[in-house]
Design a protein. Structure first.
Length: 424
């Protein structure tokens, strides 16, 4: 098997040692991890996902994934190993564990949260079945022995010829820059603040105010930022991540298929009550997630990847990707991502904590929302350590009667991805 990279290109060319483009999902189980059973579970799981058992290679001037039959690495640490290196057996996916934590590390260009959740559903099914000697229900879980449909394998964007032309908008205005506004230019300690809130209570609060979890977190964050900088001239613009699979009619695709809806906290909205603000945000999401609009976003991303492919050298592609990344950073204040309810089935009873970490957006702040075992976990992923925005957000929760638990503060540590054009 040989697969030419396409949707993986831009994520590959924007990754770096300082900002490795990967997903790290940390799961704290009820009991100490049994490493022998974990090894069995990982081996069985990866047999079900052969399209992740690949190695990155260069062919002529382009990159391809080829089959990699080496074992997927599992290490006894919380640090993990560098992906695409000898330490990871040249895989773009790896696992690690310590005490009662299991961690998945995977290159974000190869899949997204939706795809990673599928792998973890399978892993937890096999691990918990053997660890607790029980028969879990298999419905809705991808297991070894399944026929793997072509839709799981095939890139739904690369050969698509019927996408609508991207809309030619006027250039988007600059968004409020959090780092500059708060004077954090010298604060380079990448940090994650993890906040837990009751799923049922926050769902009720969101629905009572005509919101959803993603839009409500985006709105509360917008309100918090606005109160910190009431006289800022640039607009507060939150990007809420959008799963493109529905619009592409490819719900089983494993690739990284993430677009975004822009939520602008307009000046006129600031005096509105919360429910009216939430209605406005939901309206923005509704309009931007109509199929035609999502497909325009897909067409734009396809155009960028086509442009990268047209360049002959890695350095040219790095220049293009870096330029586009810088443009995107200028028009976004912060990013909010919510994959949806994890639904790890019966295995959830054995999960005590769940964290989703990624490299924070170039503008400094990404909020990852996870919904597992009856609670939402909000991971504030920052390129800085200051709690200024977390504290302002927590104040919004308090003022709206939402009980929270600031669970911990950690260094945002992500393993490196070894890139073929560098010595790192």
């Amino acid at each position: 098997m040989e697969q030419k990279l396409f949707t993986e290109l831009r994520p590959l060319y924007v990754t770096s040692r300082e900002s490795p483009n990967e997903i790290r999902i940390r799961i704290r189980m009820r009991d100490l991890i049994d490493p022998t059973i974990l090894r069995h579970a990982v081996d069985t799981t990866m047999e079900r996902y052969p399209y992740f058992l690949v190695e990155l290679r260069k062919k002529d001037t382009h990159y391809v994934f080829v089959e990699n039959h080496r074992p997927v690495v599992i290490t006894n640490s919380l640090h993990g190993v560098a992906l695409n290196s000898a330490d990871s057996n040249f895989h773009m996916i790896a696992f690690c564990w310590q005490d009662n934590w299991i961690i998945l590390d995977v290159f974000h260009g190869m899949t997204d949260g939706t795809g990673a959740y599928e792998v973890l559903r399978t892993l937890l099914f096999y691990y918990c079945s053997e660890r607790y000697d029980i028969q879990l229900q298999a419905e809705g879980i991808r297991l070894v022995g399944d026929d793997i449909p072509a839709e799981e394998w095939t890139d739904p964007v690369a050969n698509r010829t019927d996408l609508p032309a991207p809309r030619r908008n006027e250039q988007m205005s600059d968004a409020l820059n959090l780092i500059a506004s708060a004077g954090l230019e010298k604060d380079h300690r990448h940090t994650v603040y993890s906040i837990a809130i009751s799923e049922s209570e926050f769902m009720k609060f969101s629905l009572d105010n005509d919101g959803s979890p993603g839009t409500m977190v985006s709105l509360l964050l917008s309100r918090a930022i606005a109160k910190l900088f009431p006289y800022a001239k640039d607009i507060i613009r939150i990007t809420l991540c959008v799963n493109q699979r529905k619009a592409l009619h490819t719900p089983l695709a494993h690739q990284s298929l993430v677009g975004g809806a822009f939520l602008e906290y307009k000046d006129k909205m600031r005096e509105w009550p919360l429910d009216r603000q939430a209605t406005a945000y939901r309206g923005m999401v509704f309009a931007q997630t109509e199929e035609e609009n999502v497909l325009m976003g897909v067409a734009s991303i396809k155009g960028i990847n086509g442009l990268l492919l047209s360049k002959e050298s890695d350095q040219e592609r790095l220049g293009v990707a870096g330029y586009i990344n810088a443009l995107a950073a200028r028009v976004i204040t912060a990013t909010v991502s919510y994959v949806g309810k994890a639904n790890y089935k019966e295995a959830e009873q054995y999960i005590r904590d769940f964290r989703t970490w990624t490299s924070s957006a170039a503008n400094g702040l990404t909020v990852e929302i996870s919904a597992v075992n009856g609670r939402f976990t909000l991971d504030f992923l920052q390129t800085f350590s200051s709690p200024i925005f977390v504290n302002a957000f927590l104040k919004e929760l308090e003022e709206n009667g939402i009980v929270y638990d600031l669970q911990d503060v950690n260094e945002l540590e992500l393993p490196n991805i070894k890139l073929p054009w560098t010595e790192q």
